[in-house]
Design a protein around this ligand. Structure first.
Ligand code: T3D
Length: 262
């Protein structure tokens, strides 16, 4: 039997494919554990400078595997599973010091939608849909479902999507600013790979600090954010990639970034 996660290492970047297509890549414990290990390996691997997250088959991810839940006796403790799996996953993606591109190849529902939105750049196939499916089964949005959507598209739209569970088309998601871009279905993976390969050739330390600054901006006031930008810029200015970028600009040639701190 195939593993629930496929890991494909390329030159400078890694593709992670959720791989339970018969369940639209819904999360079970195996998938959570494999994904956590893969992200930790990527974090420790200097040679991997960007990540592509996508799904196998016709869906991206349908959230928690409800069949798994249905087979357990007694009321579940979702607080425990969220502490064990979903919250650490969102933190791993946001905290990873490398860009994570998500190619939403099909429906993204429940926690699946919010894991996609936790990524740094989200591309979606034209046929994909985003569904805050939680209320339809008596649950509340998790995995950042009340954090990312209101910040991306505003309270009114995010609130209605969560209360109604209405599917949002990829095109509307782009028009509303929930995601970066819609791509024709058959071009999605090629376009996502081109984007990730580009990111993997960029000044990785600076990209990590850009991520850090955007992550912090949600809870900072302007003064705190200005100070953070100053501190990060001080660090960025000391990297070999800054020296290379500035020199390449002056010499009118393409920069050759190494992504290394020293
Ligand atoms: O554990 C915790 O801490 C709790 C955390 C919860 C986080 C959550 O994510 S809660 C939300 C869970 N997800 C959902 O409620 C979504 C359920 N799925 C759907 O609503 C629909 O499947 C979709 C709208 C996503 C797609 O619809 P459609 O018509 O394209 O496909 P389908 O026919 O419904 O699904 C195809 C197969 O996948 C089907 O299996 P079958 O009949 O062919 O054998 C279906 O049962 C299976 N599937 C889809 N979603 C799930 C699933 N199996 C298990 N769990 C699923 N979430």
């Amino acid at each position: 039997m195939e593993p629930a996660l496929l890991v494909d290492r390329r030159d400078g970047w890694t593709t992670l494919s959720l791989n339970r297509p018969e369940r639209l890549n819904a999360f079970n414990e195996e998938l959570h554990r494999l994904l956590a290990t893969a992200l930790d390996d990527i974090a420790a691997d200097e040679g991997c400078r960007a990540v592509l997250l996508t799904g196998a088959g016709r869906g991206f991810c349908a959230g928690q595997d409800l069949a798994d839940l249905a087979s357990t006796e007694g009321p579940p403790d979702f607080g425990a599973t969220i502490d064990a799996f979903y919250n650490p996953l969102v933190r791993r993606i946001r905290g990873l010091r490398k860009p994570v591109v998500c190619a939403v190849n099909g429906v993204a529902a429940g926690a699946g939608a919010n894991i996609a939105l936790a990524c740094d750049i989200v591309l979606a196939a034209r046929s994909a849909k985003f569904i805050q499916a939680f209320a339809k089964i008596g649950l509340v949005p998790d995995s950042g479902g009340t954090f990312f959507p209101p910040r991306l598209i505003g309270d009114a739209r995010a609130r209605a999507l969560a209360l109604l569970g209405t599917p949002l088309s990829a095109e509307t998601a782009q028009a509303w600013g929930l995601i970066w871009r819609v791509v024709d279905d058959d071009a999605l993976i090629a376009e996502a790979e081109t984007l990730v390969a580009h990111l993997a050739s960029q000044p990785t330390q600076a990209l990590a600090w850009i991520k850090e600054a955007f992550n912090a901006s949600a809870s900072h006031d302007l003064d705190a954010q200005l100070e953070m930008e100053r501190d990060l810029q001080r660090k960025a200015g000391r990297t070999p990639d800054y020296r290379e970028g500035a020199r390449a600009f002056m010499e009118k040639r393409a920069p050759r970034f190494t992504g290394r701190a020293e």
